[in-house]
Design a protein around this ligand. Structure first.
Ligand SMILES: Nc1nc2c(c(=O)[nH]1)N[C@H]1C(S)=C(S)[C@@H](COP(=O)(O)O)O[C@H]1N2
Ligand SMILES: [Mo]
Length: 198
């Protein structure tokens, strides 16, 4: 019994490190194009497509429950980071304020600057997903998507759109920016869904 106790932990840290990933304590920045800079007070989230058109202001979002969560994140470029702490609005607290129209099955997330990424509603509407504006109890840095980004920890980090500006509800899956450029439509790190021909 004591033998087990002293055993070196498995390389996947008991299942927390997905296949093909390495742990980092740094926080690499991965952005295609320049990072836009604007204050939190100017954040708006537009609702479009198969939902009643609406635009949430920062004050609208601030009036919703604010949640702090800690979880691991995984980037398709092979780094994973344990225990990242984010504060924001849960997608499950936002959704009751959105009226979907019949037929909506997916959402295209749009960012300031034109980045997009697609999610099924099942992957989007999860209690751990946040519209996050704080990281490690500090305002989210511009480079990491501040003033506000989406965080979807169960999928590769390219699904976590920085500088989120619009949620476009759609009737079928469609590729976003990286998905059009060869990345997987879903991107589950534990299934190593990196590229579309995987
Ligand atoms: N708007 C926008 N969001 C984005 C990206 C981007 O280029 N633009 N890059 C994605 C990718 S590929 C990754 S891995 C993560 C990186 O987030 P980080 O720079 O905070 O590590 O953001 C994702 N969200
Ligand atoms: Mo990435």
């Amino acid at each position: 019994m004591l033998g087990n106790f002293f055993k070196k932990p498995a390389d996947d840290m008991g299942g927390r490190v997905p296949p093909g990933q390495s742990l980092t304590s740094r926080f690499p920045v991965l952005t295609y194009g320049p990072a836009p800079r604007y204050p939190l007070e100017e954040v708006t989230v537009k609702i479009s497509g198969l939902a009643e058109a609406h635009t949430f202001s920062w004050l609208d979002l601030r009036a919703m429950p604010q949640t702090t969560l800690t979880y691991d994140i995984h980037c398709v470029t092979h780094w994973s980071k344990f225990d990242t702490t984010w504060t924001g609005i849960r997608v499950t607290d936002l959704m009751p304020h959105i009226t979907l129209k019949p037929g909506a099955t997916h959402v295209m997330i749009h960012s300031v600057g034109g980045y997009t990424t697609n999610l099924s509603l099942g992957d989007f509407v999860r209690p751990e997903n946040l519209l996050a504006y704080r990281f490690d109890d500090k305002p989210l840095e511009t480079e990491h998507g501040g003033p506000m980004r989406l965080v979807v920890p169960h999928l590769y980090f390219w699904k976590s759109a920085k500088w989120v500006s619009e949620l476009e509800f759609i009737a079928a899956d469609a590729p976003g920016f990286w998905e059009r450029n060869g990345y997987h439509m879903r991107g589950d790190p534990f299934k190593e869904e990196r590229y579309s021909d995987d």
